[in-house]
Write a protein that binds this ligand. Sequence first.
Ligand code: SF4
Length: 337
Amino acid sequence: MTSAPVQIDVLALAREQVLERGEALNESQVLEVLQLPEDRLEELLALAHDVRMKWCGPEVEVEGIISLKTGGCPEDCHFCSQSGLFQSPVRAAWLDIPSLVEAAKQTAKSGASEFCIVAAVRGPDERLLAQVAAGIEAIRNEVDIQIACSLGMLTQEQVDQLAAMGVHRYNHNLETSKSHFPNVVTTHTWDERWNTLRMVREAGMEVCCGGILGMGETLEQRAEFAANLAELEPDEVPLNFLNPRPGTPFGDLEVLPASEALKSVAAFRLALPRTILRFAGGREITLGDLGAKQGILGGINAVIVGNYLTTLGRPAEQDLDLLVDLQMPIKALNDTL
Ligand code: SF4
């Protein structure tokens, strides 16, 4: 007589596989985690926290972000209020170099080790790259901080230029799973984004790549996205939750329920045990005030201070006070060199 195969509980399996051995969950295992009932949430968050503490340590990376060029982007990412194709209120604007240096100074003062210069573009043109080069030089002369950039899709020549400028990390988000991407963006492809990321990695810069949850993807596609990221092996993954912006095609989508957002963060931690997992935009409306605490105790180990480009984040002090309360040290600049 053959006995029925014993169904192993996915959290028991994750405890052994991810926590003990440091081996990531695969796509179907991540899906099982995403399908767990509400009453397993606390257990899941505790496990994700243990995984983060064991494989990343207690430090939390603090980063600042500044928009060098806002709005007027020719692309049609359906979530984005900076697209010039939608009726959204964000207007095109450029920041000058002194303001950039001032923002870097303020960011460094908050204890942040990384300062990311962002531009709303399909990819940089010569004018933008010249502005970035001048900005980086001016910041280096006055502020001790690592510099990251997020300037859209790059050519090989542009990748080499940024590496030569000493850019430490490059952010370019895949945004969602490969199968869901055509429902989110039609003006460029997922593979074009992937190619930029591959060139960035080969040039020796750190790769920062994440996306937005709650853009109408199925749980299967969310698990697929976690697996896509695991294959890329980024140094950092910023996780955003959709904050539906008026005037964008996703303006009427429902906000992800808090428990689902937290469950997703924990599932991504189990798929990416050693990666810096950062809370990025949209968490205030999804998670409310308690969200930061639950997230940092559920797998997150990096936060952004200050504004999130076009929507207001929590004040920096609130996040930094929280880290003191939780006795989690801010990652020092020296550790990141
Ligand atoms: S490329 Fe970037 S700035 Fe432009 S619409 Fe897409 S997300 Fe927004």
